[in-house]
Design a protein around this ligand. Structure first.
Ligand code: HMG
Ligand code: MG
Length: 302
């Protein structure tokens, strides 16, 4: 059967905005995060503490988190932020933040493109980040990119993904988010990957699935994940997003599309769809183009 409830991990302010060429003003980003929390999303990933030259859109991470801490206090402390290395962790800890995420690659080529490090060096870079975060009692998520296919290396074998995922879990991350960065995965592949992790001793309760909707497969892939027992799904309000270091990565699965399907299946998610759609329509206005989400277009008439 299907799970009774799921946790939606909202990535719009981070994965969604990181690929936008036009820089969104900090107060608009802060309002976006607040509105997503008001819509009932239990986890809103707010920004990244990466090198500002690599992701110029998120160069205001300190300013944004300072605004959110002033407005939301304790609630802002728990918002997850991406940190690639110790420098990023230091920046997050300096603000008192208590939830971070490292982001690795299952493939050598994407590790080099995204982190300027090979696979071995990426693990070496993450080890002190995860170790220090855990010692400080800070929660750590581990992302793994290119879990289904890679634009340079082609299809990525399930065994290679499981080995990379185990490396991240051995470092001590609390949960592992498996990313279909370029959206090429299909449901049978999702089931096979979740089963392979189970065989390696990692149950679906420790996994999250992170789908980009490039090939229109994201919702079907979520259903395969639900059937395999996964209960955390990443999604981006209005379907914003992509990865600036993977040319073929387009928007994430739209949170609205996910919410619509979960509601239809009778699975609890806690999100107020009307508030969420209003938020995405408002953000589409700021970005100057309609949301790619089918549900946003149907309900907001954008
Ligand atoms: P590097 O150039 O190798 O950095 O970049 P470095 O360690 O050699 O340091 C060079 C300079 O950068 C130094 O300054 C450091 O202090 C500074 P200098 O001494 O020359 O003045 N520096 C930093 N400054 C601010 N914040 C930092 C930081 N680190 C070093 N954290 C680095 C290596 C990892 C920094 C770089 O490659 C980087 O920032 N990459 C981020 C790429 C990124 O954000 N990609 C998008 C997120 S991943 C994604 O979207 C996929 C996901 O959604 C899942 C999926 O879909 O699959 C998660
Ligand atoms: Mg992503």
């Amino acid at each position: 059967g299907l799970p009774r409830a799921v946790r939606i991990w909202e990535v719009g302010p981070r994965d969604g905005l990181q690929n936008e060429a036009t820089v969104v003003p900090t107060p608009v980003k802060a309002a976006f995060v607040s509105r997503l929390l008001d819509a009932g999303l239990p986890v809103v990933e707010a920004t990244s503490f990466v090198h500002p030259r690599w992701v110029p859109q998120l160069a205001d991470a300190e300013a944004l988190m300072t605004d959110l801490l002033a407005e939301l206090q304790e609630e802002a402390v728990g918002l997850p932020v991406l940190v690639p290395n110790e420098k990023g962790l230091d920046r997050a800890l300096a603000l008192g933040l208590r939830h971070v995420a490292v982001f690795g690659s299952a493939t050598e080529t994407f590790a080099r493109r995204n982190l300027n490090r090979g696979l071995a060096e990426q693990w070496a870079m993450f080890a002190p980040v995860v170790g220090r975060a855990r010692d400080a009692g800070v929660a750590v998520r581990g992302y793994l990119s290119m879990c289904f296919g890679d634009p340079w290396e082609g299809p990525v074998p399930v065994d290679q993904v499981v080995s990379a995922g185990l490396r991240l879990l051995e470092l001590g991350v609390d949960e592992l988010s498996l990313g279909d960065t370029i959206g090429v995965g299909t449901p049978g592949h999702v089931s096979a990957l979740v089963r392979a992790f189970q065989r390696a001793g990692v149950g679906p309760e420790r996994l999250a699935l992170h789908f980009h909707d490039t090939y229109g497969q994201a919702l079907a892939n979520v259903l395969a994940g639900l059937r395999a027992g996964v209960t955390t799904f990443d999604a981006s309000a209005g379907g914003l997003g992509g990865c600036p270091y993977a040319a073929s990565a387009t928007g994430n699965l739209a949170t609205e599309d996910l919410v619509w399907m979960l509601t239809g299946l009778g699975i609890e998610h806690g999100v107020d769809l009307d508030r969420l759609v209003a938020t995405s329509a408002w953000m589409a206005g700021h970005l100057g183009r309609p949301s790619p989400s089918a549900v946003v277009r149907a309900l907001a008439g954008t």
